[in-house]
Design a protein around this ligand. Structure first.
Ligand SMILES: NC(=O)c1ccc[n+]([C@@H]2O[C@H](COP(=O)([O-])OP(=O)(O)OC[C@H]3O[C@@H](n4cnc5c(N)ncnc54)[C@H](OP(=O)(O)O)[C@@H]3O)[C@@H](O)[C@H]2O)c1
Length: 275
């Protein structure tokens, strides 16, 4: 049987990297994309079929799609929208450019890529679009406004696409991880230092604690390895009826339950305590 093919964004590190390698071992044809040429080269040296794809650049997205479709004869089975970053900072300290950049990567580029691939899934009469969202796609935390907003948007677009595509045998699933071991915090720290004017912020004092936690190498409580995401990704790829949502890690499951039974006032109280 011809192996099923999947395009993964953000395969340079973390969840994307782990899943690309494991799915390849399982027999999938994996197009492990990354935004930096040096990472593409490293992944190729490791035996992955890697291509460049920068979600902030329409041409890069289009070039990657054209090349992937050429290589797999137009028969792509799945897309794992995984590439993203978290921009920390209080909402009042987010410039328009910083907020726009967060959406360029996590939403606009991701949706542009998805829309370029939906015609292929339609033509193949099957497809899986799997979105790496977050617990922060349905629970808000302090200093996570940009990332919260981008993941809420991803959830909104995904819920709508699910309604629009289900009768075409194209399934849209959301994965909602809590803390997963990866380079996420390291990359968030970089964005925090780059884009937030800490010195002139009314949140200066709180940012000192924030910096400590972003710099810490220690796992936050309930952190799992990327294999926890792989497990549900495989279900979303292989189940006859994949789920709309896969909640990964204890904090995600707990907050999902709490949001259904508690008032917003109480959820806010808890969220303030933990963020
Ligand atoms: N780790 C967690 O605790 C956690 C929890 C919930 C959800 N998630 C989600 O899981 C996904 C993967 O994150 P991760 O935890 O594996 O973190 P990560 O190690 O930082 O990986 C993020 C990946 O996204 C890529 N990326 C960033 N900007 C990009 C762009 N413009 N174009 C293409 N790729 C880009 C990064 O590439 P570079 O190396 O070039 O920056 C990297 O490969 C994200 O969607 C994240 O929101 C993570």
């Amino acid at each position: 049987m011809e192996s099923r093919s999947i395009l993964i964004t953000g395969s340079s590190t973390g969840i994307g990297y782990f899943c690309a390698k494991e799915l390849q071992k399982m027999g999938y044809r994996v197009f492990a994309t990354a935004r930096k040429s040096k990472d593409v080269k490293r992944l190729q040296d490791e035996g992955l079929e890697s291509l460049k794809l920068d979600l902030d650049d329409s041409k890069s997205i289009k070039d990657a799609v054209d090349e992937v479709l050429k290589r797999c004869d137009g028969k792509l089975y799945a897309l794992f929208n995984n590439g993203a970053y978290g921009q920390p900072g209080a909402v009042e300290d987010l410039s328009r450019a910083t907020l726009l950049a967060q959406f360029e990567t996590n939403i606009f580029g991701t949706q542009e890529l998805t829309n370029l691939l939906i015609p292929t899934f339609r033509a193949c009469k099957e497809g899986r679009i799997i979105q790496n969202s977050s617990v922060l796609g349905f629970v808000s935390m302090r200093h996570r406004g940009a990332y919260n907003a981008s993941k809420y948007a991803l959830e909104g677009l995904s819920d709508t696409m699910r309604l629009e595509l289900i009768d075409k045998n194209i399934f849209v699933s959301l994965i909602e991880p809590g803390p997963i071991r990866s380079d996420f915090r390291k990359n968030a720290l970089e964005k925090f230092l780059q884009n937030i004017d800490r010195e002139n912020s009314p949140n200066k004092k709180e940012y000192e604690d924030k910096l400590e936690s972003l710099k810490s190498e220690k796992d936050v409580p309930f952190t799992l390895g990327p294999e926890a995401v792989l497990k549900v990704l495989v279900h979303a790829l292989e189940a006859k009826r994949p789920k709309a949502r896969y909640r990964v890690t204890f904090p995600t499951k707990l907050f999902w339950f709490l949001k259904r039974v508690l008032s917003t006032r109480i959820i806010d109280f808890i969220a303030r305590k933990v963020s």
